[in-house]
Design a protein around this ligand. Structure first.
Ligand SMILES: CC(C)(COP(=O)(O)OP(=O)(O)OC[C@H]1O[C@@H](n2cnc3c(N)ncnc32)[C@H](O)[C@@H]1OP(=O)(O)O)[C@@H](O)C(=O)NCCC(=O)NCCS
Length: 122
Protein backbone atom coordinates (compact mmCIF):
# COMPACT_ATOMS: atom_id res chain seq x y z
CA UNK A 1 0.00 0.00 0.00
CA UNK A 2 1.46 3.36 -1.06
CA UNK A 3 0.64 6.90 0.05
CA UNK A 4 -1.91 8.37 -2.36
CA UNK A 5 -0.27 10.10 -5.30
CA UNK A 6 3.24 9.03 -4.28
CA UNK A 7 5.41 5.93 -4.44
CA UNK A 8 6.04 5.97 -0.67
CA UNK A 9 5.24 2.59 0.86
CA UNK A 10 2.98 2.85 3.94
CA UNK A 11 2.73 -0.86 4.64
CA UNK A 12 2.64 -4.30 3.12
CA UNK A 13 1.77 -7.97 3.60
CA UNK A 14 2.24 -11.23 1.74
CA UNK A 15 -0.15 -14.09 1.06
CA UNK A 16 0.75 -17.66 0.19
CA UNK A 17 -0.78 -21.09 0.49
CA UNK A 18 0.07 -23.32 3.47
CA UNK A 19 -0.90 -26.51 5.31
CA UNK A 20 -3.07 -26.47 8.41
CA UNK A 21 -2.15 -29.26 10.84
CA UNK A 22 -5.53 -30.51 11.95
CA UNK A 23 -4.11 -31.97 15.21
CA UNK A 24 -3.45 -28.37 16.33
CA UNK A 25 -7.09 -27.33 15.89
CA UNK A 26 -9.72 -27.50 18.64
CA UNK A 27 -11.71 -30.75 18.69
CA UNK A 28 -14.97 -28.85 18.29
CA UNK A 29 -13.70 -27.86 14.85
CA UNK A 30 -11.95 -31.07 13.72
CA UNK A 31 -15.15 -33.03 14.35
CA UNK A 32 -16.66 -31.27 11.34
CA UNK A 33 -13.61 -31.59 9.07
CA UNK A 34 -12.38 -34.36 6.74
CA UNK A 35 -10.03 -36.71 8.63
CA UNK A 36 -6.70 -35.66 7.14
CA UNK A 37 -3.52 -34.75 9.06
CA UNK A 38 -3.26 -31.52 7.09
CA UNK A 39 -5.70 -29.38 5.16
CA UNK A 40 -5.03 -26.46 2.81
CA UNK A 41 -4.90 -22.92 4.15
CA UNK A 42 -3.65 -19.44 3.32
CA UNK A 43 -0.86 -17.73 5.22
CA UNK A 44 -0.92 -13.98 5.81
CA UNK A 45 2.67 -12.96 6.45
CA UNK A 46 5.10 -10.06 6.65
CA UNK A 47 2.42 -7.58 7.70
CA UNK A 48 4.01 -4.27 8.67
CA UNK A 49 3.17 -0.57 8.68
CA UNK A 50 5.82 2.16 8.44
CA UNK A 51 6.32 3.59 11.97
CA UNK A 52 5.28 7.05 10.72
CA UNK A 53 1.83 5.67 9.86
CA UNK A 54 1.22 3.30 12.77
CA UNK A 55 -1.84 3.93 14.94
CA UNK A 56 -3.79 5.36 11.98
CA UNK A 57 -5.72 2.17 11.10
CA UNK A 58 -3.39 1.29 8.24
CA UNK A 59 -2.76 -2.15 9.78
CA UNK A 60 -6.52 -2.68 9.99
CA UNK A 61 -6.92 -1.68 6.33
CA UNK A 62 -4.16 -4.07 5.28
CA UNK A 63 -5.62 -6.99 7.28
CA UNK A 64 -9.10 -6.30 5.85
CA UNK A 65 -7.66 -6.16 2.31
CA UNK A 66 -5.76 -9.43 2.82
CA UNK A 67 -8.77 -11.23 4.30
CA UNK A 68 -11.05 -10.13 1.46
CA UNK A 69 -8.49 -11.46 -1.03
CA UNK A 70 -8.41 -14.78 0.86
CA UNK A 71 -12.20 -15.10 0.63
CA UNK A 72 -12.16 -14.29 -3.09
CA UNK A 73 -9.36 -16.81 -3.77
CA UNK A 74 -11.10 -19.49 -1.70
CA UNK A 75 -13.89 -19.49 -4.29
CA UNK A 76 -11.40 -21.15 -6.67
CA UNK A 77 -8.73 -22.74 -4.45
CA UNK A 78 -9.60 -24.87 -1.42
CA UNK A 79 -8.61 -23.36 1.93
CA UNK A 80 -10.17 -24.09 5.33
CA UNK A 81 -8.51 -21.25 7.24
CA UNK A 82 -6.24 -18.21 7.14
CA UNK A 83 -3.12 -18.53 9.31
CA UNK A 84 -0.81 -15.87 10.71
CA UNK A 85 2.54 -16.22 12.47
CA UNK A 86 2.93 -13.36 14.94
CA UNK A 87 6.47 -12.22 15.72
CA UNK A 88 5.69 -11.69 19.41
CA UNK A 89 2.83 -11.67 21.89
CA UNK A 90 1.91 -8.05 21.10
CA UNK A 91 1.52 -8.92 17.43
CA UNK A 92 -0.56 -11.98 18.41
CA UNK A 93 -2.85 -9.68 20.40
CA UNK A 94 -3.17 -7.44 17.34
CA UNK A 95 -4.43 -10.43 15.34
CA UNK A 96 -6.77 -11.58 18.15
CA UNK A 97 -8.37 -8.16 17.83
CA UNK A 98 -9.68 -9.29 14.40
CA UNK A 99 -10.97 -12.65 15.66
CA UNK A 100 -7.93 -14.88 15.03
CA UNK A 101 -7.53 -17.73 17.57
CA UNK A 102 -4.25 -19.13 18.84
CA UNK A 103 -3.38 -22.75 18.00
CA UNK A 104 -3.35 -24.92 21.11
CA UNK A 105 0.42 -25.40 21.47
CA UNK A 106 1.85 -22.73 19.20
CA UNK A 107 0.71 -19.56 20.90
CA UNK A 108 2.25 -17.24 18.29
CA UNK A 109 0.49 -19.02 15.41
CA UNK A 110 -3.13 -18.08 14.97
CA UNK A 111 -5.93 -19.06 12.62
CA UNK A 112 -9.37 -17.98 11.48
CA UNK A 113 -11.56 -20.47 9.66
CA UNK A 114 -12.81 -19.50 6.24
CA UNK A 115 -16.34 -20.04 7.51
CA UNK A 116 -15.76 -17.58 10.38
CA UNK A 117 -14.06 -15.14 8.02
CA UNK A 118 -16.96 -15.17 5.58
CA UNK A 119 -19.35 -14.58 8.49
CA UNK A 120 -17.20 -11.69 9.78
CA UNK A 121 -16.98 -9.99 6.39
CA UNK A 122 -20.75 -10.24 5.81
C1 LIG B 1 1.08 -4.44 14.15
C2 LIG B 1 0.94 -3.30 13.14
C3 LIG B 1 0.85 -3.86 11.72
C4 LIG B 1 -0.35 -2.52 13.48
O1 LIG B 1 -0.55 -1.50 12.50
P1 LIG B 1 -1.29 -0.14 12.88
O2 LIG B 1 -1.61 0.59 11.61
O3 LIG B 1 -0.50 0.61 13.88
O4 LIG B 1 -2.62 -0.70 13.58
P2 LIG B 1 -4.07 -0.01 13.62
O5 LIG B 1 -3.92 1.47 13.75
O6 LIG B 1 -4.86 -0.49 12.44
O7 LIG B 1 -4.64 -0.65 14.96
C5 LIG B 1 -5.78 -1.44 15.00
C6 LIG B 1 -6.05 -1.89 16.41
O8 LIG B 1 -5.02 -2.79 16.84
C7 LIG B 1 -4.41 -2.30 18.03
N1 LIG B 1 -2.96 -2.55 17.91
C8 LIG B 1 -2.11 -1.95 17.08
N2 LIG B 1 -0.87 -2.46 17.22
C9 LIG B 1 -0.97 -3.41 18.18
C10 LIG B 1 -0.05 -4.30 18.78
N3 LIG B 1 1.23 -4.33 18.41
N4 LIG B 1 -0.52 -5.12 19.75
C11 LIG B 1 -1.81 -5.13 20.13
N5 LIG B 1 -2.73 -4.31 19.59
C12 LIG B 1 -2.32 -3.48 18.62
C13 LIG B 1 -4.69 -0.81 18.06
O9 LIG B 1 -4.67 -0.32 19.38
C14 LIG B 1 -6.05 -0.74 17.44
O10 LIG B 1 -7.05 -1.05 18.42
P3 LIG B 1 -8.47 -0.27 18.50
O11 LIG B 1 -9.21 -0.71 17.25
O12 LIG B 1 -9.08 -0.79 19.74
O13 LIG B 1 -8.14 1.17 18.51
C15 LIG B 1 2.12 -2.28 13.23
O14 LIG B 1 2.24 -1.85 14.57
C16 LIG B 1 3.47 -2.87 12.78
O15 LIG B 1 3.82 -2.79 11.60
N6 LIG B 1 4.25 -3.42 13.75
C17 LIG B 1 5.56 -4.01 13.43
C18 LIG B 1 5.45 -5.32 12.66
C19 LIG B 1 4.47 -6.30 13.28
O16 LIG B 1 4.36 -6.41 14.50
N7 LIG B 1 3.71 -7.00 12.42
C20 LIG B 1 2.68 -7.93 12.88
C21 LIG B 1 2.84 -9.26 12.24
S1 LIG B 1 4.19 -10.21 12.87
Amino acid sequence: MAEEGTARIIGYYSLCTCSVETTQLPESLTKKLPRYAALPGMLLGRLAVDVRYQGQRMGTRLVADALKRCVRRSNDIAAMAVLVDAKDDKAAQFYEHFGFQRFADRSLSLFMTMRELRRTLR
